[in-house]
Design a protein around this ligand. Structure first.
Ligand code: ATP
Ligand code: MG
Length: 326
């Protein structure tokens, strides 16, 4: 069976005052059918741009993008995919039910019962006759999900589906996404909500400045935890002596917290602290989180390229730039 999504050396360039910028840079992605795939990266990493190429909304500058075995943008494939944008826009005077009927008509669907049952499915059945202007952010997000199911898609692109939602809404949306997978759909999620991604995604790709910096199954990427050693009565000199490339040390009023990879033995750290008169409070192992992997992958990549986290150097001068065509 072919991959649900595949990109090969995908590049998207824009011309700006400072020159040509690759906002997607030789991107290679492989998404298996039937999986929930997390597409992660800092702001401006190129996630939405990649999704727009996969949807056929914009064209790549070079490289290949395939969706359900066909080139991105293929009309036949459009019938089998759907998209929840990061900033959905609705006509606010319309009710949830009217919005659903409007989007259904774009697909040539005139089945009111289908619209109603999808609204029931996302728990909006009781509110479907209220105007969207009265919907909370979470309710609007749920209308978006209901709308994205109208064409019974095989592949869903969800750009930030849980952004800005309260914890209960997160759980509801996560559960719905898990149901989509149970129905055999492939779900491609771009998100900054790493705890949601960690709970529901089978595989992830982390991108930075348009390039993949980590990709794989979560259980494989998250091997190797950390050990946190906390001690009191420590001096700055002791804290400094413990710092190295793999060891994070924080110091506050004589209390030191030393964070080491679990491949290192904590005994050396404990001995050093005790030898200098420090008093061990705790030694706590913790498993690696997606947040650790994200920071590690992005920081290492930025360091290798001489960049600082969060800077947009040469990527975004705030002006709409010209596309560079292939
Ligand atoms: N039309 C355009 N002209 C010039 N630059 C653009 C254009 N569209 C996007 N970019 C730039 O491409 C980069 C990637 O943008 P993109 O929206 O794909 O990021 P993202 O990963 O989705 O970020 P976020 O997490 O903030 O949503 C940004 O630096 C952005 O300014
Ligand atoms: Mg985006």
């Amino acid at each position: 069976m072919s991959l649900a999504i595949e990109t090969k050396d995908l590049v998207k360039s824009y011309k700006s005052k400072s020159g040509t910028i690759n906002v997607v840079d030789k991107l290679n992605l492989q998404v298996e059918p039937g999986e929930i795939f997390g597409f992660l990266g800092p702001n401006g990493a190129g996630k939405t741009t990649t999704i727009k190429i996969l949807l056929g909304v914009i064209y790549q500058t070079s490289g290949d993008a395939y969706v359900l075995g066909k080139e991105a943008g293929d009309i036949e494939i459009h019938k089998q995919i759907s998209y929840l944008p990061e900033k959905p826009y609705y006509y606010e005077h319309m009710t949830g039910f009217e919005i659903m009927q409007f989007y259904a008509s774009l697909f040539g669907i005139h089945d009111k019962d289908k619209c109603k049952s999808l609204l029931d499915r996302v728990n909006l059945g009781n509110d479907m006759n209220r105007p969207i202007s009265q919907y909370s952010k979470g309710m609007q997000q749920r209308v978006g999900l209901a709308q994205s199911l109208l064409n019974d898609p095989q592949l869903l692109f969800l750009d930030e589906p849980t952004g800005g939602l309260d914890p209960i809404a997160h759980i509801e949306i996560r559960d719905l996404i898990l149901q989509f997978r149970d129905e055999g759909k492939t779900v491609f999620i771009s998100s900054h909500e790493l705890s949601d991604v960690e709970r529901i995604c089978d595989r992830v790709a982390i991108i930075n400045k348009g390039e993949v910096v980590a990709q794989g199954r979560l259980e494989e990427l998250l091997v190797g935890g950390r050990i946190e050693i906390t001690a009191n009565n420590c001096t700055d000199a002791t804290a400094s002596s413990l710092r190295d490339d793999d060891t994070l040390v924080s110091m506050n009023h004589g209390r030191v917290i030393v964070d080491i990879p679990d491949s290192h033995s904590p005994n050396e750290v404990v001995k050093t602290i005790q030898g200098a008169g420090g008093e061990i409070v705790s030694v706590i192992p913790r498993r690696k989180r997606l947040e650790d992997l994200f920071l590690e992958a992005v920081t290492v990549d930025n360091r290798a390229k001489g960049r600082t986290i969060g800077t947009m150097t040469g990527k975004d001068d705030g002006t709409e730039a010209d596309e560079v065509t292939a």
